[in-house]
Design a protein around this ligand. Structure first.
Ligand code: F0G
Length: 365
């Protein structure tokens, strides 16, 4: 019987050798690529969801974290630090525990989804709520790692990108070739950087010196990369940093992305776009995913689907195109959004007696 061994073991021939010395894994990756007929119907394309909430800590961050933590372990590191809007801290905390390291996390005050906060605490992280936003946290985390004996595991760490590029490999492996279009949410812009690197390498267009550059190409082409930011946190779309980013999608509440230039390169080299979607569009897409596609994601993840639907409404999705959409984190991370209507009213369960007649009555049977 074959058991998925985690992304480093599965894609060892296309990753830096130092990740194999002391691999720290929780079995991440191997996530389902789920066809979404509802979205195909709405867009006229053939749409698949890469469901990254199925990773060990329920977000895509685990792919990068296995790599960053394996590299840190190989160097004999004893402590790591990250800034986070929540998911990175949950992942770093879990992998640091596994590696026997101390994990410090800097999170913006009061804007972290409960599920993510509880994960970081459950895994024993040294959690500090910083008086500032994510961008302030990242500046502080970088300085801390520069001056003290702690390793930075944010996506500015190149090993994070190496790990996260495996999601692009998995998509091509599942479809037999690259999609026409790949869609994803953009926050700090590490993930769009990683996917573009992965798609290029699988099409034989990676750097000549990259691991696996001598292997035969797996894909015949690369997709157009479509990235979506939340309208209140859309620095790349606006062309300047946003000093006070705001959005219900707290995961991508980021005003000055670290991988800004790489995101623009992915957009331009792939013939893609980076656009913004409003909180209303994000919550509407969140509802379509949960109530019609059967896939429960956190709001930040729904930004990708919101963007796809928005472009479809404007007639910008080519008919019959193969479209893959990364939904980055699980809905249970931030479940409060399911418990209110799109108008903001609380959803209350209908109360009934324990007899079958009352129950059938309430169900309209
Ligand atoms: N979706 C989710 C659920 C995220 O948590 C993030 C980033 C993104 C999308 C955006 O990815 O930053 O690579 O462009 N979360 C980071 C964190 C910032 O701290 O957990 P990106």
């Amino acid at each position: 019987a074959h058991q998925w061994r985690g992304v480093i073991a599965e894609y060892a021939d296309r990753l830096p050798a130092h990740l194999l010395e002391r691999t720290v894994t929780l079995g991440e990756g191997g996530t389902p690529l789920v066809e979404a007929p509802v979205l195909s119907g709405r867009t006229g394309a053939r749409v698949f969801l890469k469901v990254e909430g199925m990773n060990p800590t329920a977000s895509f961050k685990d792919r990068g974290m296995t790599a960053a933590m394996s590299a840190a372990a190989a160097r004999g590191a004893e402590a790591v630090v990250c800034a986070s809007t929540g998911n990175t801290s949950a992942s770093a905390a879990a992998y640091a525990t596994r590696a026997g390291m101390v994990c410090a996390v800097l999170v913006p005050d009061g804007k972290i989804a409960m599920g993510k906060l509880s994960q970081a605490i459950a895994h024993g992280a040294r959690l500090l709520q910083v008086d500032g936003n994510f961008d302030d946290c990242l500046v502080a985390a970088r300085k801390l790692a520069d001056s003290y004996a702690v390793e930075l595991v944010n996506s500015v760490n190149p090993d994070r990108i190496e790990g996260q590029k495996t999601a692009a490999f998995e998509i091509v492996d599942a479809l037999g070739d690259a999609p026409d279009i790949h869609v994803l949410p953009v926050g700090n812009a590490g993930n769009i950087t990683a996917y573009w690197k992965g798609f290029r390498e699988y099409a034989g267009q990676g750097d000549p010196g990259a691991p696996g550059a001598d292997l035969p190409a797996v894909a015949t082409r690369t997709p157009a990369m479509w990235g979506f930011q939340a309208a209140g946190a859309a620095p790349i779309v606006l062309g300047h940093p946003v000093t006070e980013p705001e959005t219900v999608a707290t995961a991508i509440r980021i005003g000055n992305p670290a991988s800004w230039a790489q995101a623009e390169a992915a957009r331009d080299e792939s013939g893609g776009v980076i656009e913004s979607v409003t909180d209303e569009q994000i919550l509407a897409a969140h509802r379509v995913l949960s109530a019609e596609a059967g896939v429960f994601v956190e709001p930040g993840s729904a930004a990708s689907v919101a963007g796809l639907l928005s472009r479809a409404e404007r007639g910008l999705v080519p008919a019959g195109a193969t479209v893959t959409v990364t939904v980055t984190g699980h809905g249970l991370k931030d479940p409060q959004w399911a418990l209110r209507t799109l108008d903001g009213a609380d959803v209350e369960p209908t109360r009934v007696g324990a007899d079958v007649v009352s129950i059938a009555d309430a169900l309209g049977l």
